[in-house]
Design a binder for this molecule. Structure first.
Ligand SMILES: NC(=O)c1ccc[n+]([C@@H]2O[C@H](COP(=O)([O-])OP(=O)(O)OC[C@H]3O[C@@H](n4cnc5c(N)ncnc54)[C@H](OP(=O)(O)O)[C@@H]3O)[C@@H](O)[C@H]2O)c1
Length: 308
C-alpha cells in the first residue's frame, strides 16, 4: 500500500539534502595551505542549497610553490572564483590581471573573481570587519590593534573607513608594525607602531574604544600576553579575529567585565560579500550564519561558546 502523501512529504523534507554535481554545476572554492579546517565550504554550500543554485564550493589545498600554476589554471578549469587564505593572500596579488584599489591598498587579496577569462582580485575581509563592528561606536576614537600581518592590514583599512582617528599597532616584530604605519598613516588617520609590551602600558590601553587581536595566538589554545585590561574604558570592546573558541585574549577581557566579540561575524560577512561578487545574488545571511553555528569545529567540538 502506498504511504499517505503527508508521510511521504515529511520523509522527503527530513531527508538530508544530497549535493548533486553535474556538468552544468558552477564551481567556486578556497585555496590555501592548509584548508581542511576552513568553515567556508559549509557556509557557501548551505547558501547555494537554500537558493536552489547549481553551484558548489570546494576546498583546494595549494602548496606555495604551486600557487602560480593553481591560480593561472582557474579560467581554464571554468571556475567562477576562489577565496584565498593563509599563506597566499599577499603572494597572489602579482599573479592577477587586475586588483581592486582596496585590495591593493591592503596588500592582500582574499577573493578572486574570474571575469571573461581574466583574474580579478578583491579584499572582502575589510567589509567583514566593518560589518562585524557596526554596533560599536568608534567614529573619531582610538583603537589598539595587536598584530601587523595581513589580517591587521584589513582591520586597519576598515577602521579608517569607519572613521577611527587614531590606531596604535602593537606587534612582536616592531619593523612590521612600522611598515603598517607607513602604509596607512595620514594627517587625518594617525597610525602608530609599538612593541607588544605596550599592551601592559595603561597609557595605550586607557585610550582605546576597541582592542583587536589579529595575531594567531589562541588558534591552538595558546596563552595571550598579559594586558592592562583594567585600564581600558568600561565600554571598550575586545575583538578577537580567531573564531568559535574562548581564547585567552577574550578570557582576560571577560574577567574584567568588558564586552567581547570573536571572529565568526567577520568570517560570515567576508564570505557573504564574496558570495555576492561571484553569484550577483543577495546572500542568505541567516542560512550561512546557522551553518557556521551548527558545524563542528576541527577537533570535533561544536561552537558552544558564544561571544557577548
Ligand atoms: N575571522 C576571520 O574572518 C579572519 C580573517 C582573516 C584572518 N583571521 C585570523 O587572523 C589571524 C592572523 O592572520 P594573518 O593572515 O594576519 O597572519 P599573518 O600575516 O601570518 O600575521 C600573524 C601575526 O601574528 C603575530 N604572531 C603570531 N604568533 C605570535 C606569537 N606567538 N606571539 C606574538 N605574535 C605572534 C605575528 O607577529 P610577527 O610579525 O612578529 O611575526 C603577526 O603580527 C589568524 O588567526 C587568522 O585565522 C580571521
Amino acid at each position: 500500500m502506498p504511504a499517505p502523501r503527508s508521510l511521504t512529504a515529511r520523509a522527503e523534507r527530513d531527508q538530508p539534502k544530497q549535493l548533486v554535481v553535474r556538468g552544468s554545476t558552477r564551481v567556486v572554492g578556497i585555496i590555501g595551505d592548509p584548508v581542511d579546517h576552513s568553515l567556508s565550504p559549509v557556509m557557501h554550500n548551505a547558501a547555494f542549497a537554500a537558493l536552489g543554485l547549481d553551484w558548489v564550493y570546494v576546498p583546494f589545498p595549494v602548496k606555495e610553490k604551486l600557487l602560480r600554476q593553481a591560480v593561472r589554471a582557474l579560467p581554464a578549469l571554468g571556475l567562477v572564483g576562489v577565496n584565498v587564505t593563509v599563506p597566499h593572500k599577499e603572494a597572489v596579488l602579482r599573479l592577477l590581471d587586475d586588483v581592486s584599489p582596496l585590495a591593493s591598498k591592503v596588500g592582500a587579496v582574499n577573493t578572486i573573481v574570474v571575469r571573461a577569462g581574466r583574474l580579478h582580485g578583491e579584499n572582502t575581509d575589510v567589509f567583514g570587519v566593518q560589518q562585524a563592528l557596526r554596533g560599536v561606536a568608534l567614529r573619531g576614537g582610538t583603537a589598539l590593534v595587536i598584530g601587523a600581518g595581513g589580517a591587521a592590514r584589513a582591520v586597519v583599512a576598515a577602521l579608517e573607513q569607519i572613521g577611527v582617528r587614531r590606531v596604535i599597532v602593537a606587534n612582536r616584530t616592531l619593523a612590521r608594525a612600522r611598515n603598517l604605519q607607513r602604509r596607512f598613516s595620514t594627517p587625518a588617520f594617525q597610525v602608530e607602531s609599538q612593541p607588544l609590551s605596550s599592551l601592559q602600558d595603561p597609557r595605550y590601553v586607557s585610550v582605546a574604544r576597541l582592542v583587536v587581536n589579529t595575531t594567531s595566538i589562541g588558534l591552538h589554545g595558546e596563552k595571550f600576553p598579559a594586558m592592562a585590561v583594567e585600564a581600558s574604558p568600561a565600554e571598550c570592546v575586545f575583538f578577537d579575529l580567531v573564531y568559535g573558541r574562548q581564547t585567552d585574549f577574550l578570557r582576560q577581557a571577560r574577567a574584567a567585565h568588558r564586552r567581547v566579540m570573536d571572529g565568526t561575524e567577520m568570517l560570515l560577512q567576508q564570505g557573504a560579500a564574496a558570495f555576492r561578487l561571484w553569484t550577483g545574488r543577495r546572500p542568505p545571511i541567516e542560512v550561512m550564519r546557522a551553518a557556521l553555528a551548527t558545524t563542528p569545529r576541527s577537533g570535533g567540538s561544536r561552537s558552544t561558546w558564544s561571544p557577548s
